[in-house]
Design a protein around this ligand. Structure first.
Ligand code: B12
Length: 143
């Protein structure tokens, strides 16, 4: 299957972090024979403006979104960080009929609430290497 993985995190809090978890999931899906493209919005924020073009190029069957942060854990004036993810998801919906699967460290803390709030189709709580590949396999077989 053609898979587009997007790391939604653009926060520079503390330091810019690499989407290692998404890379692990990407490699596992590639090893299982899927064609995987990745977008790291931290490194290429302009990719969001050209999302339509990227989606046209990849023609994904599945879009996976890595959700790292729910909030910034600042106790005095906490910032809620899911709204930018919501925008990414609605942009994906605008340009693609692919099912949207969530995952990531933040998502895994509140999977049910995050799934509903973000209006995605599915999500994987915890490590994604095996479960995402197994999900792709089942979707491919229409199971
Ligand atoms: C290390 C770490 C840091 C380091 C990062 C260092 C670095 N160079 O990367 C430092 C100290 C800098 C840091 C900072 C922050 N962190 Co931090 N951090 C962590 C920690 C301990 C591990 C993250 C990690 O690298 N995991 C290893 C990778 C390989 O795993 P992963 O990303 O989870 O990916 C796996 C799965 O999630 C899943 N997956 C990932 N993507 C996808 C996508 C799909 C489609 C699917 C299906 C699956 C999937 O599969 C992956 C492979 O198994 C987590 C807690 C935890 N145990 O997860 C907190 C955590 C992610 N951090 C958190 C927070 C809040 C922050 C800060 C905002 C704190 C702050 N105020 O400074 C900043 C934000 C930084 C930023 N710029 O975004 C929270 C996020 C949740 C929340 N409350 O919002 C966590 C979960 C801690 C917690 N329990 O609250 N952090």
């Amino acid at each position: 299957m053609k898979v587009l993985l997007i790391s939604a995190n653009t926060e520079m809090i503390n330091m810019p972090v690499l989407p290692l978890g998404m890379a692990f999931v990407a490699r596992a899906a590639e090893d299982a024979g899927h064609k995987v493209s990745q977008i790291n919005l931290m490194a290429e924020p302009e990719a969001l403006n050209s999302l339509e073009e990227q989606i046209q190029n990849v023609q994904p069957d599945i879009i996976g979104i890595s959700v790292r942060n729910i909030d910034d854990q600042a106790s005095s004036q906490p910032r809620f960080l899911l709204d930018p993810v919501k925008e990414i998801i609605s942009a994906c919906r605008q340009h693609s009929a692919a099912k949207i699967v969530l995952g990531g460290a933040g998502y895994s803390i509140f999977p049910r609430h995050a799934l509903t709030y973000l209006d995605a189709d599915m999500g994987i709580q915890g490590e994604g290497e095996k479960s995402f590949v197994s999900l792709l396999d089942k979707i491919e077989k229409n199971e």
